[in-house]
Design a protein around this ligand. Sequence first.
Ligand code: ADP
Ligand code: MG
Length: 707
Amino acid sequence: MTPGSSVHDSDYDRVAATPLTCLSGVGDKVAEKLAARGLLTLQDLWFHLPRQYEDRTELVPIRLLRPGLPSQVEGVVEAVERSYRGRPMLKVAIGDDSQATLVLRFFHFRGTQVAQFAVGTRIRAYGTPRAGQIGLEIVHPSYRVLGTGVEPGLSESLDPIYPAIDGVGPAVLRKLIGQALQRLPDGASMELLPADVFAGEPLCARLPSLREALMILHRPPQGSDVPALLAGTHPAQRRLAIEELLAHHLSLRRQRIAMQSHGAPQLRKARLLDALRERLPFALTGAQARVLAEIRDDLAKPVPMLRLVQGDVGSGKTVVAAMAALLAVEEGKQAALMAPTELLAEQHLANLRGWLEPLGVRVVWLAGKVTGKARDAVLADIAGGAAQVVVGTHALMQEGVVFRDLALAIVDEQHRFGVHQRLALRDKGSSGDSVPHQLVMTATPIPRTLAMAAYADLDVSAIDELPPGRTPVQTVVLSAERRPELIERIRAACREGRQAYWVCTLIDDSDEVVAQAAQTTFELLTQQMPELRIALVHGRLKAAEKQKTMAAFKAGEVQLLVATTVIEVGVDVPNASLMIIENAERLGLAQLHQLRGRVGRGSAASSCVLLYQSPLSRMARQRLETMRETNDGFVIAEKDLALRGPGELLGTRQTGLAAFRIADLGRDAALLPTVQRIGEALLRASPDLAERLTLRWIGGAVRYASA
Ligand code: ADP
Ligand code: MG
């Protein structure tokens, strides 16, 4: 592709960056209000798009009005009725040449307003008609009284309704955007994407240019496809969404390229790894072996690995991570494993100690609770290198933690962390031009399309096979009224020597309230089943106490564990075969799947009971049905995406994905493969364009520490 001459033209950039104070009507005060919404430059206003449209390009005869279809009408006041029964109400009947009457109904009004509606006055009104007591009515229309003077003309384009801005009224905002649009540079200097990048892409056929797209969206011409505009699927919107997705994609790719310009230690000796493999009581699954091979391949290279391992709960990610850690240890270097909760980190610690210490590897523990002399000692071990593998929580990233030679940073359940945190751990190991390898593990599978957008800077591996001998968990969905039946179920499981979880959730997420509810449930269950050994864990307990209870549960001393969602990730007690989740309708699919993953880890047939409060919303019913139908985390992730959208799935802290201006990953997921192809072609042919495009959409502010 040959970039046109305009590509290096800074004219566009100069105009685009003009501060909004250049517009008439924008003084310091208004500028401040706009800035509070991130609107600083002309370009920001160009991309501040309407969220709605109103069609005032024509007058609809009253007789032709249709309920639910927003329309503009004009008529003469025929009657006015004001009543005070119950609450004040004003009804104004207007009629037009179509010999039909429409009622304008107001619940809030002032005396001056009433005076406007003298019989015989001509009114122009806009709103959504609905069926009233007699004929159609519009509640609280926007309207204007027409005088005897010159009639106001009709709009020439659909009226854009912009997202509201505090302190700047809609009419003012519209005028400002109108002014900004008058300064839109010509199409050629705006266009960063040469037409040939779209060639051969079916989804890009017949798309408007960037300039046309912006004009269409701000001032949709009469006859525009309004339903498409409202749904966000209009070609003009698609044009912008593609460009925005492309900019994000390119930004991630660029970071990856920058990252790979660094060096990393080559980790190739596998004597320890083989020793561990020999000693394990099980053989790796095919999927584990494949992913381990991918990791070993990466680690053998002198460039930093950045690999995400997705694997359903129970797929055995930890042992793969342990083996990777051994590769670092054997080269005389260190590995760190960071988990988002103490409970999970402790579990990793126990596993890693069990596997690595017999091989003579020193594994140390660092969490927030490690303080004083103990902390000093651990820090000294980490700095001196005596600590070969370090397991812990966020505490690993704190100041004062200095590694002698960190070669591999492993982050578990990355969705619980921000990207910054992952990078903070990595930075602990940077020395000179060398950075540690990074391994990220998650049990929250991300749909493929989304992974492409969210993780364009990562390589992705999937452990898509469970260890043999697991029987899939049977899931039942029950109304909370049937709670008494569960007592018998729990007794039965415990009689067979099995264990059970009872998970308490509440809509109120405050630790305290949930802990209280768990406490109450615990007391109730203890009363109902005095013969069982029941224990309680929640987030408000001291770490040592939690640990003790978990250990007792793991050892089988506790039969029924009443818990909050603190047990969501990582807890591994294969003998537990029954889980009851209260208020399951309030949890997202990913979370339910995580919780359910605590059972079905042994060979016994396991079950999960999802209790819900009636009545169930349709959406909630669908979610619970999905849980009943499948145990496959990837299927569940796809459903979750469809039901809830990507924002919730990834969490807002993730990669800034929630910060899209136009694109919507749920709606636009189908565009992603196209975006990826265009992106690769653009990076090859015109890296300078890629750079400018990223700047336009994402700005100079690189979203995470320069890779
Ligand atoms: P997750 O992927 O959810 O983190 P874990 O690493 O906790 O899963 O593994 C779950 C359980 O399966 C652990 O008890 C682990 O020791 C065991 N496990 C891992 N790999 C295998 C395997 N190949 N065969 C049998 N059991 C395995
Ligand atoms: Mg795990």
